[in-house]
Design a protein around this ligand. Structure first.
Ligand code: SF4
Ligand code: SF4
Length: 174
């Protein structure tokens, strides 16, 4: 008889928990909210006219403790301009098999080209698809933006861009 009561006592926690409100998130049907400053996937930003903010300086790559970023810069030319100033990021890759979401890269970026979004659904089943290039990282073109390469806004200098004095192009320029 005492053994029977021992068994019942063993279920006390189980029964007590069965009738509590469930806290389990209904993922993936209802993805849970994240904190406003959650470090999700990265984004490479653009200026209001569509030029890229990345200048290919590699500071983000040097700041990364996980060696997850690869950048290869190249020179802009007057015929082919991707960003204001001399250089742009010709190749830009983030390896999400390595990234630990620490955010040191975005702190290091001098032009705010690199920021992090709240998006966290990046799971995949092979290595190649977890190395994201510019095709996935670049911010989408918005109204007033033209896909690079194209010249800087008429009469502007690179400093105008860095200081935020550039307006979107007139109309929907895409
Ligand atoms: S968030 Fe951290 S680990 Fe990920 S790429 Fe940036 S610096 Fe590297
Ligand atoms: S994202 Fe920023 S830090 Fe990284 S190469 Fe581009 S400009 Fe430099």
């Amino acid at each position: 008889m005492p053994k029977f009561f021992d068994a019942i006592a063993g279920f006390r926690v189980t029964f007590g928990t069965m009738f509590k409100k469930r806290l389990t998130e209904q993922y993936p049907e209802k993805p849970g909210p994240v904190a406003k400053r959650y470090h999700g996937r990265h984004q490479l930003n653009r200026y209001p006219d569509g030029l890229e903010k990345c200048i290919g300086c590699e500071l983000c790559a040097w700041a990364c403790p996980a060696d997850a970023i690869f950048v290869e810069g190249a020179d802009n030319t007057e015929d082919e301009r991707f960003s204001p100033g001399e250089r742009y990021g010709r190749v830009y890759q983030i390896n999400y098999l390595r990234c630990i979401g620490c955010g040191l890269c975005i702190e290091a970026c001098p032009t705010r080209a690199l920021t992090m979004t709240n998006e966290y659904e990046m799971a995949d089943d092979n290595r190649a698809d977890l190395i994201w290039g510019k095709d996935k990282l670049l911010a989408p073109l918005e109204s007033g933006m033209l896909p690079p390469p194209h010249p800087m806004a008429e009469g502007s200098t690179d400093e105008d861009y860095y200081r935020g004095n550039i307006a979107p192009l007139a109309g929907d320029a895409r």
